[in-house]
Design a protein. Structure first.
Length: 557
């Protein structure tokens, strides 16, 4: 490592340079916010106090701007083939971290020039006269970024930990168009002006590493401009874990939607013209492009409401880690298995928020909905069948969740309600069905307005059971002298009240034909679509913000 000596300017420029000749040092802090709620763990941008080396006067316009962004992506570290998070990822981010990644971006320091071009190959004519090329400013031959830290021995000194030189290359055109005047030295095009630095962590478990990222612009071997920005990264970061059924996994929202083959050669397999028959008889379409899932086996997506909420949380907790174990179709027994996988993955590492979506499959919502397409129900039969399963859920299934948490260190358990209001219209009233829930042959609706009302009642009853579960669990914890840390994320039914499957307002549910087209099956039918998932994510985010740890002060709510 290289020892660096530095002068510190306290708002006063050395007279040898002169204020008029000195270039401004502009530091831009982008995408960096608090590592804990209500405050910032990151030093504010330098204004009147900057660390700099003596700068030689040079005709270089504009100041160096260093934009910083935590190198932390929701969904990182997962192996879709083994259906597990990589042990190395868990160690490096949660259980035994030694550093945090920070991206430094100096792409704004440069200029765009127009290069006259001509045709490279007459067979492929060049249709433009100029091409725009991003280069370093005139007078700058290279730009170097360096991560520095406190010197372990010399007070006030610093050491260079890691260095990156902005990458440029001679511009040779785009293959079709080439520079017209090739007798001159070629323009140097900037090809890489961002770098991810590994910032060492402090020994203090709740401390913040304090380093700096410095930029130096060179003209030959002479420094013509500098800028420096302090960097603080936390040793401990928030952990959000999601378990549950299809409402937690993101069913209906593949990470990258597929596309069915338009005009299928097979009769009765067109997602848009044969939807009802395909749905009733579970026929699959031919796919021109297959969907991409975070986990295809479990229909797990990073477009799920919990994942979207975690992304929003990263605005203020930029190093927050999100792990999902949710699986489409899971009942309570399956969620107990997911919790076992959570224990295997994180051990006794603290989970700040455990998001749980459970009960819908045990209560038989999907079975009742599917049966409605064959019009076998009448009167209150769906409600009567549902009540039997609901009692089983209360007395036998929900009680399995609490013991499954043994061995896990959990700050808060957040139980997510179900949105319901499946067939409400734009006026917020239960209405008859449409699409696969309407018999287009006879004109008789497979789902009547009365049955739509039954579904609203069933959804309200299931949400009431979730509330009872939370209340009972908190009462038991208080008796044991432990914090009542179970919470309910409610109000979703009100959000969906005017946005049912057949609503003329913005629909919050995935249509069968869209599920068929985008994922090659009907599993996404009647699950929240993009708009619905975003609405649920907003409610999850609000609750997460109430329970996230304040790492700035080393306290946990």
């Amino acid at each position: 490592m290289k020892l660096i000596t530095a002068k510190v300017f306290h708002g006063v420029w050395p007279t040898s340079i002169g204020r008029s000749a000195a270039l401004p040092l502009v530091v831009a802090m982008a995408a960096l916010a608090a590592c804990g709620g209500g405050g910032s763990d990151v030093a504010e941008p330098a204004s009147t106090e900057s660390t700099s080396r003596t700068v030689q006067a040079a005709a270089v316009t504009g100041g160096i701007q260093i934009a910083l962004q935590p190198d932390n992506v929701i969904g990182a570290g997962y192996n879709a083939e083994t259906h597990r998070y990589e042990a190395s990822f868990i160690r490096s981010t949660l259980t035994a971290p030694t550093h945090r990644k920070m991206i430094a971006d100096v792409c704004s320091f440069g200029e765009t020039v127009s290069v006259e071009v001509e045709t490279a190959d007459e067979a492929k004519p060049c249709n433009v006269r100029t091409l725009s090329v991003r280069t370093l400013p005139q007078g700058v031959s290279s730009l170097v970024l360096a991560l520095t830290g406190p010197h372990p021995v010399l007070p006030g000194g610093s050491i260079e930990i890691e260095k990156f030189t902005v990458v440029t290359e001679a511009f040779r055109g785009d293959g079709t168009c080439i520079p017209k005047n090739r007798n001159r030295p070629p323009v140097r095009k900037v090809t890489d002006c961002r770098h991810s630095f590994s910032v060492p962590l402090p020994s203090n478990p709740l401390g913040l590493a304090e380093h700096a990222i410095k930029a130096e612009a060179f003209s030959g071997t002479s420094v013509v401009q500098t800028a420096s920005v302090p960097v603080k990264v936390p040793k401990r970061v928030p952990l959000i874990v999601s378990v549950g059924d299809s409402y937690a996994s993101g069913e209906g929202n593949p990470d990258r939607p597929g596309a069915s083959l338009a005009g299928s050669v097979f009769y009765g397999q067109n997602c848009f013209t044969d939807t009802s028959q395909m749905y009733k008889f579970d026929r699959k379409p031919e796919m021109a492009r297959k969907p991409v899932w975070y986990d295809a086996r479990d229909h797990r997506s990073l477009k799920s409401a919990p994942a979207l909420a975690a992304k929003k949380i990263q605005k203020d907790w930029p190093y927050a880690v999100f792990l999902s174990f949710a699986k489409s179709g899971a009942k309570v027994d399956g969620i107990v298995e997911q919790l076992r996988q959570v224990r295997e993955t994180v051990g006794d590492h603290r989970i700040d928020a455990l998001l749980v979506s459970a009960g819908g499959n045990d209560a038989g919502f999907a079975d009742i909905l599917a049966a409605l397409t064959t019009n076998i129900f009448g009167g209150a039969q769906p409600l009567n069948s549902f009540m039997e399963k609901l009692l089983q859920l209360r007395d036998a299934e929900y009680p399995k969740l609490a013991p499954a948490l043994d061995g896990l260190q959990i700050g808060h358990v957040l139980m997510t309600e179900y949105p319901g209001r499946l067939f409400n219209n734009a006026s917020g009233q239960p209405a008859h069905g449409c699409e696969v829930f309407e018999d287009a042959t006879t004109g008789v609706f497979d789902v009547t307005a009365q049955e739509a009302g039954y579904f609203n009642t069933m959804g309200d009853l299931l949400n009431s059971e979730i509330g009872i579960l939370v209340e009972r669990r908190n009462a038991a914890l208080r008796q044991l002298g432990q914090p009542a840390n179970w919470r309910r994320i409610g109000g979703l039914a009100e959000l969906f009240d005017r946005h049912g499957y057949c609503s003329t307002a913005v629909k919050y549910y995935r249509w069968a034909e869209d599920s068929c087209d985008q994922q090659g099956d009907f599993d996404g039918t009647m699950h929240p679509n993009e708009a619905g998932s975003a609405a649920i994510a907003n409610e999850i985010e609000k609750e997460l913000r109430l329970v996230m740890p304040d790492l700035r002060e080393g306290t946990v709510k």
